[in-house]
Design a protein around this ligand. Structure first.
Ligand code: GUN
Length: 291
């Protein structure tokens, strides 16, 4: 079997185009504020890409960059200012924060209506409770769900296995899969016989950050495999000396899965598209329910 390639790059582009038409129809552009503390180069690249994406769909964005030595009180002051700004609909505090700052305290200070990352405990709580309507879905998990939906992958009654239990991906994605009526197993570093657990999956999502961990014999023939990992590994044959791989051994798994996301060009582009979608949603909610 050769897997269908789930083209996240194309799906994200069509979502961005749709968002741009909604933005253009609005009197005022939705606004996203990002807060970056310190000078981690990878975080700087992520934040820059978010601003570029905002500009491309006609949203305005504000980038606040603070030194690594910023105190928690100063950062909380910045969040309070952004909460109060009428032209800011979404606030994203880039993680990780420096060790001297309590990330939970900062995330908990973001206005729940502007929490486009969906990391505020109240928003995570709404996501976790049956019968509640969450304000947002967190960006990477929402991107995974969007790919599954566009590809018509059946989820009701399906066995979904999520490898990884992070606050940003594994845990909230598991909640979204449960909301879609999948039977969900969350597997992690302490799970016994990971290959056997993964082989039971109709939908297998890898979000562990271990290069090419999921091998062909971990995958049920015909299963849908979603690779959230983005790992840079040494490759002497590459011009740059390195290349990006996911958490899935793509070449061998593509010969066994029914559908698979590539790395790069799979889940990665979806994350920013969903951030834009959440920012638009925040701006639209403000009009529907004046606060
Ligand atoms: N750092 C890595 N991924 C994310 C994310 O989705 N949101 C935030 N705020 N920081 C991150």
């Amino acid at each position: 079997m050769t897997a269908t390639i789930l083209d996240g790059k194309a799906i994200a582009a069509s979502l961005r185009a749709e968002i741009a038409t909604h933005v253009a129809a609005r009197a005022a552009a939705p606004g996203l504020a990002t807060v970056l503390v310190g000078d981690d180069p990878a975080s700087a690249v992520y934040v820059r890409n978010k601003h570029k994406a905002c500009a491309e769909v006609g949203m305005h964005s504000i980038g606040i960059q603070l030194p690594a030595a910023t105190s928690q009180a100063e950062l909380l002051g910045v969040v309070a200012e952004l909460n109060a700004r009428a032209d800011v609909h979404g606030i994203l505090v880039q993680l990780p924060l420096p060790a001297h700052i309590d990330a939970l305290a900062v995330i908990s200070a973001i206005d729940v209506h502007k929490d486009v990352d969906c990391l505020h405990p109240e928003n995570v709580g709404l996501l976790a409770q049956k019968g509640r309507e969450p304000r947002f879905a967190p960006c990477t998990p929402a991107g995974v769900m969007h790919i599954l939906q566009v590809a018509n992958i059946p989820l009701a009654g399906a066995n979904a296995v999520v490898l990884g239990r992070s606050n940003i991906v594994g845990m909230p994605l598991s909640l979204l899969l449960v909301r879609a009526d999948a039977t969900v197993t969350i597997a992690h570093s302490r799970t016994g016989d990971l290959p056997a657990v993964c082989r039971a999956a109709d939908v297998l999502v890898a979000a562990v950050g271990v290069p090419e961990m999921v091998r062909a014999d971990w995958v049920k023939p015909g299963a849908t495999v979603i690779d959230v990992g983005i790992n840079r590994i040494a490759d002497p044959a590459a011009k740059s000396g390195s290349r990006l791989v996911g958490d899935v051994a793509y070449a061998e798994v593509a010969g066994r899965a029914g559908a698979i996301t590539p790395v790069p060009g799979g889940v990665g582009p979806m994350t920013i598209a969903m951030l834009l979608s959440n920012t638009l949603r925040a701006a639209e909610a403000e009009i529907k329910e004046p606060r």
